[in-house]
Design a protein around this ligand. Sequence first.
Ligand SMILES: NC(=O)c1ccc[n+]([C@@H]2O[C@H](COP(=O)([O-])OP(=O)(O)OC[C@H]3O[C@@H](n4cnc5c(N)ncnc54)[C@H](O)[C@@H]3O)[C@@H](O)[C@H]2O)c1
Length: 284
Amino acid sequence: MTGELEGRVAIVTGAAGGIGREFVRGLLGAGAKVAALDIDDGLLGELAAGHGEAVSAGRLVTLPADIARWAECEAAVGRVQERLGGPDILVNNGAVGMGVIRSDHMTNLVEIHEIGPEVWDRFVAVNLSGAWYMTRASVGGMLDRGWGRIVNVTTSFFTMMRGKFHPYGPVKAGFEAMSAGHATEFAGRGVTVNVVVPGGPTDTPMVPPESGIDRAAMVRPSAMVPPVLWLCSEEGGAWNGHRYVAGNWDAALDSAAAAEGCRAPIGWPDLAGSPVWPGGKPPE
Ligand SMILES: NC(=O)c1ccc[n+]([C@@H]2O[C@H](COP(=O)([O-])OP(=O)(O)OC[C@H]3O[C@@H](n4cnc5c(N)ncnc54)[C@H](O)[C@@H]3O)[C@@H](O)[C@H]2O)c1
């Protein structure tokens, strides 16, 4: 992949987190210029310090911003355009996890009375609106130029449907549905939208030490990188509206075969094909 993304500009949200920093490393390694966006200024400083050469060369820019706020997303994308160009690639990865409610939420599941409306609203704002704001601010230029890659990090269907895993699960289900809709909306215009998920608990700060899960047995955050780089490549650009389970990516295969092995359509297309529609088919 070295050099394949030269000349491309990527934005990664949640870039200072466990998976986000692996995306930054992978995209820089493939030759892209990267704008690393996160709400945590301190972690962004650490990220920049770990990539001193890329920062000095103007290939890595760190941007503190809260994706739950439209004005901050719009301003951040504007700064990327001024400083790096593009953006050509958007990785909607930033999110809050259930750990913001309680660090033992995996062993002692969270019930509805523990979730205040402000907590519900914050999850919707960050984990759903944040991705929509970033897409809204970035996609116009991609469509104008006829080239773009949007990669959305949702979660496993098990987590979406799980009881006592609210607001995280249902909000991610909304993000999954949004991804399917955007893939359809931008299809045929050079901009792809795909979902990449780890497939299970991943060894990042989002899974607190109190989870009781053997950390060595979790999905490695670096496992998320190969499917994303492949989707950003020219070959991967042929695929739109799909969902890749990174934990099932077989690194022993070439990228096209590995992608084939962990690919399914986004969301629930088998349930979406035949609405009861007056007069026949709905417009597309
Ligand atoms: N870790 C897992 O087990 C797991 C499993 C499935 C999916 N995911 C998804 O993977 C993605 C990355 O998560 P992670 O495991 O690296 O978690 P993480 O907590 O390490 O990283 C999340 C990052 O998002 C940032 N962030 C939070 N709120 C923000 C906001 N309002 N604006 C901008 N940035 C914000 C955080 O500061 C953090 O750096 C998330 O979308 C998560 O839902 C994680």
